[in-house]
Design a protein around this ligand. Structure first.
Ligand code: KG4
Ligand code: ZN
Length: 350
């Protein structure tokens, strides 16, 4: 029997131990999760500092970082969980979206582990992984709920109707919110990764710089976003001030941008809660690590009959545990790949 015929014939386990492997960007992340909810180990080796001086992720450096870190991350994940490779029931791996060369390292590595142990290979969408991080944050969480998906590559308000059905109510028509944070950081002379640095600077500033608001129906549908306009407004403001020989108060720019970028996420999430009637709001993706957003959500649900699920910051940004958590859902459906699995730069949000 071929590898794949063998795999398809295996009985599914009730509470499988799944290794999640994530290499879509600059984090080499390997985690082990039991039954989709219990994190047994979680290792992240980041090459972020190597990209900092280039102002953004350099794909070649990211790929090289993964090839040198992946074995160490996997061994540590097994050691921390006090498990052997043979104890793993399935290998879940991010197949996309992301940097192709970076993804390929994880995909080939996961294939070799699955083949050599004769265990299923479970392809996982990075975005679904981000959303699944909420199942780890609140182990009692069940759909339906609304999630704010806010990462470096995606921005959307998603109704998670059930574990498998994502209803995208609206999304960005141009830049993602994390991308806007990173670009504004550059204009303000801050290092990559921009988000946390803009947040730090914003703490010292005030919301006084006039920036356009993303009003309802400002773009496409009422749940859509446009971050390109906001980013351009910030760039124009900084350049105009400089041309006039006026000082730019960078903390005020950071604070005002953060307000404009984040307030609209909260506002549209609440519109979505009202529309769907769902009573739980979650947040997913790297921008979910933003303290101002987290505080704004806590304030917004106060006195309302809405449950809030905010994963720890570590589980908002890229990690292996979220891939294992989504891998569990796919495992339960028997969504396994054969050894021809390839990495995908783009995966539709559905
Ligand atoms: O989800 P993620 O780790 O990777 C993608 O799938 O894109 O998100 C990375 C993005 C980056 O744009 C980064 O600047 C942003 O999340 N980010 C933040 C914060 N931490 C990370 N943005 C604002 N505030 C933060 N604290
Ligand atoms: Zn991500």
């Amino acid at each position: 029997m071929s590898y794949f015929e063998n795999i398809k014939a295996l009985p599914l386990k009730e509470s499988p131990i799944i290794m999640g492997i994530e290499t879509s960007c600059d984090e080499t992340a390997v985690a082990i999760v039991k039954g989709g909810r219990q994190i047994l180990s979680d290792v992240i080796i980041s090459s972020a500092t190597e990209h900092a001086r280039f102002g953004g992720v350099v794909p070649e450096i990211a790929s090289r970082g993964h090839t040198t870190a992946i074995l160490e991350a996997t061994k540590k994940a097994l050691d921390d969980a006090k498990l052997k490779l043979q104890d793993i029931d399935a290998f879940a791996v991010t197949e996309g979206a992301g940097l192709l060369g970076a993804l390929l390292v994880g995909v080939s590595f996961a294939k070799s582990l699955a083949f050599s142990t004769n265990k299923p290979l479970v392809p996982v969408s990075h975005i679904r992984g981000h959303i699944a991080a909420s199942y780890l944050a609140d182990t009692t969480l069940k759909p339906p709920f609304v999630t704010i998906l806010a990462s470096g590559g995606h921005t959307a308000i998603v109704a998670v109707d059930d574990y498998y059905k994502l209803n995208v109510l609206g999304s960005t028509i141009d830049d993602a919110v994390g991308e806007a944070f990173d670009k504004v950081a550059r204009v303000l002379g801050l290092n990559y990764p921009g988000g946390p640095n803009v947040e730090r600077l914003a703490k010292e500033g005030k919301n006084v710089v006039p920036l356009p608001k993303m009003l309802k129906n400002y773009v496409g549908g009422e749940y859509d976003f446009s971050y390109s306009g906001l980013k351009t407004a910030v760039i124009n403001y900084v350049h105009t001030q400089e041309q006039k020989g006026l000082e730019v108060n960078k903390s005020d720019v950071a604070n005002s941008f953060q307000h404009a970028a984040v307030d609209v996420l909260v506002e549209k999430a609440f519109m979505a809660l009202k529309k769907t009637g769902y009573k739980t709001l979650a947040v997913s993706g790297g921008v979910g690590a933003n303290g101002y957003l987290r505080d704004a959500l806590v304030n917004a649900v106060r006195g309302k009959d809405i449950k809030l699920v905010i994963p720890e910051k570590r589980y908002c940004t890229d990690n292996g545990a979220m891939i294992a958590a989504e891998g569990y859902l796919q495992y339960k459906k028997g969504n396994f790949a054969d050894l021809s699995l390839n990495a995908k730069a783009v995966v539709p949000l559905r």
